[in-house]
Design a binder for this molecule. Structure first.
Ligand code: 0X9
Ligand code: CA
Ligand code: ZN
Length: 413
């Protein structure tokens, strides 16, 4: 077992060396070599942990679990925090002995990059007058970042129509956040012929859906390391990845609490605002259109968050944003009874700077929401949602998105 892990780690390291880092540096840190550790949740530990901004996976039964690189383990030691290696308790479909070489069906019913590409083009083909797929940018590893536009007369620019933007999967391990935007697109299209309400909405709007902002990260999470979060930028110092949700250009790098200047951090903000192709793609799309509202899907927490994230001060639109979040929340609850909390990001969850919704609102004045999908807490699976969870989660989000489109259409009158 352990021998296998060692072999595997070596395999990963060699793979990363040969494939990604031709000139090997001694500080090489393969993303596969992270371990999962726990520590007791005491006020002292929490206080010591906070300034280290490590990648917390969950807080469960009095313990805090985090993913840690060799460097992170060293930081924990230096901070005098006692921790336990829990790696073996986290069977990782991408890094345990279940065929690291067979690169198929590890993602089950969740979309891989290629499956999403196939399914988006299938929608375009099935509904040529209602759906059009756009390639809005290339990732570091040269994958396409796709948007699907949904509207009547989709080939035309109908200037008078309301515009809505829905994004998913800034974060690689948040697989469910691909599914919800994808199935929202499919639902709008499948219902168009039979559902007069949806037909009306689609006729009066242009809905742009980008289900997979971070395709490189998703593939890495599927095939190599399930808990990978960032994109796959080679930071040229043995570390990989920028957090796309810290790389947007509004209050970028405002402080080191809401993002990190350290390239090995899971919330690394990148070398500059919009340094990443993934955030550039969204920026350019938003600049080219005139969105009335923007939604960014993530998981987990089961909560609807609005700006600001970089401070706990409210925006000038606080009341409107709160009302919209409440309207989404009760519609979601009505489907399966699950309660999505809501509030201002920086007050409700924790501080973030350079995130999508702060930029959309702060720079462009667009009401914008981060929707953190289920589970609400870590006992229920954290980043790993069950295969069977996709359908109910999609179903409860559809009425919220219909409300958002309706809201945009009303604004536009
Ligand atoms: O940290 C993030 O980027 C989002 N959470 S996640 O677990 N999906 O990574 C939350 C962003 C929302 N903004 C604030 N909490 N301020
Ligand atoms: Ca139209
Ligand atoms: Zn996220």
């Amino acid at each position: 077992m352990n021998t296998f892990k060692t072999v595997l780690t070596l395999f990963c390291a060699v793979l990363v060396m040969t494939a990604l880092v031709p000139s090997l540096s001694s500080s090489l840190e393969s993303p596969c070599s992270r371990s999962i550790v726990s520590l007791t949740r005491t006020p002292e530990n929490v206080a010591k942990l906070r300034p280290l901004i490590l990648d917390i996976l969950m807080v469960w039964e009095g313990k805090i679990y985090l993913t840690a690189s060799a460097e992170d383990l060293f930081k924990l030691q230096e901070a005098n925090i006692t921790f336990f290696d829990e790696t073996s308790h986290f069977p990782d479909p991408a890094s345990d002995k279940r065929d690291v070489f067979a690169l198929t069906s590890r993602n089950g019913p969740y979309h891989s990059y290629a499956e999403l590409e196939r399914d988006l083009f299938a929608l375009e083909q099935a509904y040529p007058n209602l759906a059009k797929v756009y390639d809005i940018g290339d990732s570091h590893e040269m994958r396409n970042i796709y948007a699907i536009k949904i509207s009547d007369n989709v080939q035309l620019e109908e200037e008078s129509e309301a515009e809505v933007c829905i994004t998913g999967c800034h974060h690689a391990r948040e697989w469910i956040s691909v599914e919800v935007p994808f199935y929202v697109a499919q639902h709008l299209l499948d219902s168009y012929a039979t559902d007069a309400h949806i037909r009306n909405l689609v006729n009066q709007s242009e809905v742009w859906i980008v289900p997979l902002v971070n395709p490189d990260g998703l593939e890495y999470s599927i095939h190599f390391y399930r808990y990978w979060r960032k994109n796959m930028r080679d930071n040229q110092n043995g570390t990989f990845g920028v957090d796309p949700n810290r790389n947007y250009g509004y209050q970028w790098g405002y402080d080191n609490l809401g993002s990190s200047p350290d390239s090995s951090s899971y919330v690394y903000r990148g070398p500059g605002p919009f340094s990443e192709p993934e955030t550039q793609a969204i920026r350019d799309l938003v600049n080219q259109r005139s969105f009335q509202v923007l939604i960014s899907y993530h998981n987990y927490s089961q909560v609807i968050l609005y700006p600001w994230g970089y401070t706990n001060q409210p925006t000038e639109m606080d009341e409107v944003l709160e009302t919209m979040a409440r309207e989404m929340s009760w519609r979601m609850q009505a489907v399966n009874g699950r309660i999505y909390g809501y509030g201002q990001g920086g007050g409700e969850l924790y501080l973030t700077n350079g995130d999508t919704v702060d930029w959309a609102y702060g720079e462009k004045g667009i009401p914008a929401f981060t929707i953190e999908l289920p589970p609400a807490d870590v006992q229920l699976g954290a980043f790993i949602t069950a295969d069977e969870a996709i359908t109910p989660i999609v179903k409860e989000n559809i009425p919220a998105m219909l409300y958002i489109i309706e809201w945009a259409v009303q604004q536009n009158r």
